[in-house]
Design a binder for this molecule. Structure first.
Ligand code: NAD
Length: 253
């Protein structure tokens, strides 16, 4: 019996990187997983790979920044699997390390739309479903940039602090209804995330990496998936409203 046996979990941004590994880990623990991503090729490849491995996986193409896509993600999940028990708000984008004086409106807006509004929209939609079910669990992907000040550009740092704030607010307001909401705050994890950033701001980058040599080690996607399993399972039943630093102690210094 897996730790998430027969639970239905939506993982956003699960066509690649950390989200894909979280979805795999959940499926290995018996969950039925919804692969929600705006990259259709990656999403289809992941669903095929998971189904071949014997997992129950279902794909929904979704841009988390769009309200209608979030509604579709919830409706299709309920239509396909009948319920939702776990929501992992993992989809997120970088800000090209733009320092405050160099912030471009377009980059700021994209980061806020995806990394902040996307999380709010999914939570807003899932809460009534959780309340009707008698409970549910939310795992938000923050960042060490959501707990510290100087390890990313302004938009990304602001957005991930907002994710940490949302996490505590949801836990505080809905905890009594058997709803848990926690966040993971990774430092560098080896995925395609950094490479996806183009036109990087040299000053923002220089400032953001000042302490990198003090980071004991980079994370692997499996490290984060293990934490996401803990936070989604009954093993963490007493934990609500925390943002766990997953940085090998880097930010403890
Ligand atoms: N990799 C790191 O070093 C690191 C560190 C701290 C936090 N994080 C956070 O972890 C999360 C996942 O990062 P990753 O490293 O796996 O990135 P990644 O770029 O490898 O994968 C992100 C996935 O999310 C999808 N996605 C992006 N925007 C989307 C949108 N609007 N709607 C739906 N899907 C979307 C992409 O298509 C991709 O499949 C992000 O929230 C990121 O901020 C990453």
């Amino acid at each position: 019996m897996g730790k998430l046996q027969n639970k239905v979990a939506i993982v956003t941004g699960s066509g690649a990187g950390i989200g894909k590994e979280i979805a795999r880990k959940y499926a290995q623990e018996g969950a039925k997983v919804v692969i929600a991503d705006f990259n259709e090729d990656a999403l289809n490849a992941t669903v095929t790979e998971f189904n071949k491995a014997g997992f129950e996986a279902f794909g929904v193409k979704v841009n988390v920044a769009l309200e209608e896509d979030i509604q579709k993600m919830m409706a299709n999940t309920v239509a396909h699997f009948g319920r939702i028990d776990i929501l992992v708000n993992n989809a997120g984008v970088g800000d090209n390390m733009q320092a405050a004086a160099n912030v471009e409106d377009e980059v700021w807006q994209r980061v806020m739309d995806i990394n902040v509004s996307g999380v709010m929209r999914a939570i807003r939609q899932v809460l009534p479903i959780f309340i009707e079910n008698g409970g549910g669990t939310i795992v938000n992907m923050a960042s060490i940039a959501g707990l510290t000040g100087g390890r990313g550009g302004l938009a990304y740092t602001t957005a991930k602090h907002a994710v940490v704030g949302m996490t505590k607010n949801i836990a505080s307001h809905y905890g009594s209804q058997n709803i848990r909401c926690n966040a993971i705050a990774p430092a560098h994890v080896e995925t395609g995330f950094a490479a996806a950033m183009t036109n990087v701001d040299p000053f923002g980058m220089q400032q953001s990496v000042r302490g990198v040599q003090l980071m004991p080690k980079a994370g692997q996607v499996s490290d984060i998936a293990n934490i996401a399993l803990f936070l989604a399972s009954e093993d963490s039943s007493l934990i609500n409203g925390v943002a766990l630093a997953a940085d090998a102690g880097w930010s403890a210094y």
